[in-house]
Design a protein around this ligand. Structure first.
Ligand code: DP6
Length: 316
């Protein structure tokens, strides 16, 4: 049986960086995200084939990414038969555009259904988390909080939808500085930060306040308080990255130019705020009615996409 699922990537407003457990992929901090429209991963899983095969964006994968996918399917059923997984992203893979979030959310949904299992969304989120932490948030559309949880087995570390897709008319402008594969993967980078950054302890200690402030502002549709909390979480995460040994710096000159543009647009009356992940691309949160005018300024520096809140992951 072949089953196909679609999931949308999400962008963290309050960031996840660091793990309290590597085996179960449990975060040291809770986080909040917005699921994106338009960008998506479409994944088909054929259960019970001749041999395991993983095709990503038209190319057969043999190395680490294939291993990760098949190890993930083992979590659904350790005694599973061989499977063929075909996955397509309609946006650049592994460039800090959150492709692993939509990838493992789509794989969790398609994989369980292909195995004849019917998981709740919470169970899917727990499963997706074990493929990639941020994927636990892409099971839902709109806005999602991922609680770090307390349990050793991670059963309470999953996404929780906190506002639906139509809660608020905002946009996330994705300014694409580079579509190249990132130099240091998030998984490796966050481990190095935990082991070596002198800022790591404070990053973890102060994260819960950011989550609470951001969630309150989100519920109140207060873009200034939410934007300020998002920028603060972003800068703290990048400070932790930069003070890792060896230093992890995802910023490029154009990233800084975009950060300065966002600040300057604010002084001109726009309500825009920036965030960055494990890559040089800059994402700008703003009210929907300001998005086109802001994008015009961004395009003087680099190409961009205007995205809105996106939907839950779904079976096709
Ligand atoms: C900077 O979810 O890719 O985008 O759990 O190791 O697969 P793993 O990490 P991943 O990390 C995302 C980190 C981030 C911030 C965020 O999305 O919260």
């Amino acid at each position: 049986m072949t089953i196909t699922a679609i999931a949308h990537p999400n962008i963290a407003l309050v960031k996840y960086w660091g793990k309290r457990d590597i085996e179960f992929n449990l975060p040291s901090v809770s986080s909040i995200s917005m699921t994106l429209s338009q960008f998506c991963t479409k994944t088909s899983v054929e259960w019970d084939t001749k041999e395991d095969q993983f095709i990503l964006n038209g190319d057969i994968q043999t190395a680490g990414s294939a291993q990760k996918v098949f190890h993930f399917l083992d979590r659904i059923n350790l005694a599973r038969p061989p499977c063929v997984v075909v996955s397509q992203n309609n946006f650049p893979t592994a460039a800090g555009l959150a492709s692993s979030s939509s990838a493992f959310a789509a794989l969790a949904l398609a994989g369980t259904a292909a195995a004849g299992l019917s998981y709740t969304k919470t169970e899917l989120s727990v499963l997706a988390r074990q493929g990639s932490g941020s994927a636990s948030r892409s099971i839902w559309g709109g806005w999602v909080r991922w609680n770090k949880g307390m349990q050793k087995d991670g059963s309470d570390s999953h996404g929780i939808p906190i506002a639906p897709i139509d809660h608020w008319e905002v946009c996330m402008i994705i300014a694409v500085v580079s579509a190249q594969k990132k130099s240091t993967s998030s998984t490796i980078g966050m481990q190095q930060s935990a082991n070596t950054s002198p800022f790591y302890g404070q990053w973890v200690e102060t994260a819960e306040d950011d989550v609470q402030n951001a969630e309150k502002a989100l519920q109140a549709r207060d873009i200034h308080t939410l934007g300020e909390a998002m920028e603060h979480s972003t800068i703290k995460m990048h400070a932790t990255m930069m003070t890792t040994r060896p230093s992890i710096r995802y910023w490029k000159p154009k990233s800084l130019a975009l950060i300065e543009l966002v600040e300057s647009l604010r002084t001109q009356g726009f309500s825009c705020y920036q965030t960055m992940d494990a890559g040089p691309n800059v994402k700008i949160l703003c009210p929907k009615e300001e998005a086109h005018a802001i994008a015009k300024h961004v395009q003087k520096i680099t190409q961009c996409h205007i995205l809105e809140p996106g939907p839950d992951a779904y079976l096709c």
